[in-house]
Design a protein around this ligand. Structure first.
Ligand SMILES: [Zn+2]
Length: 179
């Protein structure tokens, strides 16, 4: 968290996010399918840390397991993953309605404390994001307090070091529980 945010680092993160948005729209249009895009909530300029790739891999595994419901036939038509300056990313095109997929994604995000570190965005075949709010879910809670996460992020309520310590605690506990 002590790393400086240089213009070059910031530029690389913003560029990776722009490329992600374009790639999501392209995947939805190409496959005319629901698109699921996994990223992580990583505070600070360094988006690739020892916990990030394992956390994303865990989330992907939990999601694929949940979405297939024990069915061996894959519902993912195409999968893509990479490590970018914006952090590890995974996305796939799924042959199910965007609403079903978003509900499954929320279940994974809320399945355990590590799920809180995942950001699973779901887009319909037209590339429109499906939100928690439109499906009747409450906004996500802050990692450190009971307020909605976006409020604490906007007001920078918590010091970066406290957030980093909380993430450390969550990922360490998950490692102990799940090996
Ligand atoms: Zn908070």
């Amino acid at each position: 968290m002590s790393e400086r945010v240089t213009p070059a680092v910031l530029h690389a993160i913003l560029q990776a996010r722009e490329e992600r948005a374009a790639a999501i729209a392209m995947m939805a249009a190409t496959y005319n399918a629901t698109v699921v895009a996994f990223t992580l909530n990583v505070p600070g300029p360094q988006k690739n840390l020892p916990w990030t790739a394992p956390c994303l891999a865990w989330g992907r595994g939990a999601f694929v397991h949940a979405i297939q419901g024990g069915n061996a036939r894959s519902v993912c038509r195409v999968e893509w993953q990479d490590i970018t300056p914006a952090g590890p990313e995974y996305r796939c095109a799924v042959d199910l309605s965007a609403e079903v997929v978003k509900r499954t994604a929320i279940a994974v995000e809320e399945s355990c404390r590590m799920g809180r570190l995942l950001d699973i965005d779901v887009y319909d075949a037209a590339g429109r994001p499906v939100t928690r709010g439109e499906l009747g879910y409450a906004p996500r809670r802050c990692l450190l307090c009971s307020r909605p996460a976006h409020e604490c992020a906007r007001s920078r309520r918590h010091p970066a070091a406290e957030i980093a310590a909380r993430i450390e605690e969550i990922t360490a506990a998950h490692h102990v529980q799940h090996g």
